[in-house]
Write a protein that binds this ligand. Structure first.
Ligand code: GLU
Length: 497
């Protein structure tokens, strides 16, 4: 005779097995397309993906779209676009829950047949009255289980007459404990739940039920998801047990908080990952940044390539404490990746962010890149930060004057700079040549007197890369042209009178 294997035994066994599951690691990312692909969801997807790739396992994608009213194709598209943008490729096709309703129906029928689930006909009012009854006795409200005592005939009659019903599972009453890979031992008493609703009808399964069926059908070994799902886990484990499915490993990822350690502001919590793309973050920076939201490598390094992340990722190094979203760090990482990008890739990435005619000026663009790059956190800033390389700047003549220097002296200084630069005949026109040409002026009159108006004449700004560097990008003709324009600005406005 075959001995019955208890669920506890299986839990024990699966803990002992660790990651050495003979099937190999199989994880899934299971978004509900009821909102944009948020930062939190992207982090969940990434940790699943990194874990699978590190373990040489499989990363599956399942769209949990049984909530017909709230799920939309637009949100699904947003998730897929986000995954593709940061390169989280999934194995096999996409599973959509809405396309496998007959699978859930099969398991619901099985449970009903085995009297492990039952139809509940209680109305909202009846349930409310029951809950109030529990509360008035100081008890936690839950369903009393009333309908489980209906005879088969009574239940059939109600169903036949079209009485509204839901399907509840008989919840075993026990203490469920499981070893969360991140949080350690977690315990829940299932008696607090009562018989939970697992479907609103044979073809309308609810989240906790469909998740369990799908994870089993896809041979999922590890469920890695946000901490907000922690209270669903014991319910899902009880559904597994009732269905006779083996348990899986769980890892609940820490919350992501704002820099003030309070709930992440809506701007970031509800924003789509694709919004970050539109602002000009690059996927390498985004992945690096997301990976550090709750995980850190040995020796606390901050800059890690995707390959390094894959090779070093471990759920054991995911922290229990909440992760903090730090926009400055994201900008810093993005600027790091921008600075290290090869020129052609950079120009390609820049395309959506700058006017077409800038892209046609390839030489200027290539030379300006490293200078602008130093000063931007994201690609969208390139347009304002780098504008003066591509068109003559507009500025107020007053900023041409260094500190208390008069317009007259400023004009004299600019004029002398102009003459010195005119004398440069060597080619190519480099910043070193420019520097050598005007240094004697700056030595005798002071750095600010010479370099300040020179900078403003070229960039129209009080803060920019050094004027010699800008002049190398602009070339001799345009450099002279801009100094002349600055002189005209002073002279024609009558500032010297
Ligand atoms: N569909 C759930 C969500 O988007 C995730 C379910 C799970 O990972 O188990 O939050």
């Amino acid at each position: 005779m075959c001995a019955t294997i208890s669920f506890e035994f299986l839990v024990e066994k699966i803990i002992q097995m660790g990651y050495t599951n003979p099937m190999g690691v199989r994880v899934r990312f299971a978004p509900s397309p009821t909102g944009f692909f948020s930062l939190g969801n992207a982090r969940t997807a990434l940790f699943n993906w990194l874990f699978a790739r590190h373990e040489g396992g499989e990363f599956l994608l399942r769209i949990e779209d049984t909530d017909k009213e709230r799920s939309t194709k637009e949100f699904e598209e947003d998730v897929l676009a986000g995954l593709r943008w940061i390169g989280l490729n999934w194995d096999g096709g996409i599973t959509r829950q809405s396309e496998r309703l007959n699978l859930y129906e099969k398991y619901l029928k099985k449970l009903l047949l085995e009297h492990k689930a039952y139809h509940c006909f209680c109305t909202q009012e009846e349930l409310e009255a029951e809950y109030q009854g529990f509360l008035s006795q100081g008890l936690i409200p839950k369903y009393s289980g009333k309908c489980k005592y209906l005879s088969a005939d009574e239940a059939k009659q109600k169903l036949d007459s079209g009485t509204k019903s839901v399907i509840r599972i008989m919840m075993p009453e026990k203490t469920v404990s499981f070893p969360d890979i991140i949080r350690g031992k977690v315990e829940f008493k299932t008696e607090l739940f009562g018989d939970i609703i697992i479907a609103k009808g044979l073809t309308i399964p609810l989240y906790n039920f469909s998740v369990v069926v799908d994870d089993y059908e896809s041979n999922i070994t590890h469920v890695i998801r946000g901490e907000d799902h922690l209270s669903n886990t014991p319910k899902q484990m009880m559904i597994q047990e009732t269905l006779g499915f083996p348990p899986v490993h769980y890892a609940h990822l820490p919350l992501i908080l704002g820099p003030d350690r309070k709930k992440l502001s809506k701007r970031y919590a509800a924003a789509s990952l694709n919004e970050f793309k539109r602002e000009g973050y690059v996927p390498e920076a985004m992945i690096n940044f997301l990976a550090l939201l709750g995980w850190h490598p040995e020796r606390d390094r901050e800059v890690l390539s995707c390959d390094e992340l894959i090779s070093e990722f471990s759920l054991k190094r995911v922290q229990k404490a909440s992760a903090v979203f730090n926009e400055e760090k994201l900008n810093w990482l993005n600027s790091h990746y921008l600075k290290n990008m090869n020129t052609n890739n950079f120009i390609e990435a820049l395309k959506p962010f700058v006017p077409g005619e800038w892209l046609d000026k390839k030489d200027t663009l290539k030379k300006a890149l490293p200078l602008v790059c130093e000063r931007i956190g994201k690609l969208a800033e390139f347009k304002t930060e780098g504008e003066y390389f591509f068109k003559q700047p507009e500025y107020k003549k007053e900023i041409l004057c260094w500190k208390e220097t008069s317009f007259e002296q400023t004009a004299k200084n600019l004029n002398d700079i102009l003459e010195k630069i005119k004398e440069i005949s060597a080619k190519p026109f480099t910043k070193k040549l420019v520097h050598d040409a005007i240094s004697p002026l700056s030595d005798s009159r002071g750095r600010g007197e010479i370099f300040w108006p020179f900078r403003v004449a070229l960039s129209g700004r009080e803060a920019s890369p050094g004027p010699t560097e800008i002049s190398e990008v602009l070339g001799k003709t345009e450099t002279l042209n801009r100094i002349s324009l600055a002189l005209q600005k002073i002279e024609t406005s009558g500032a010297m009178v």
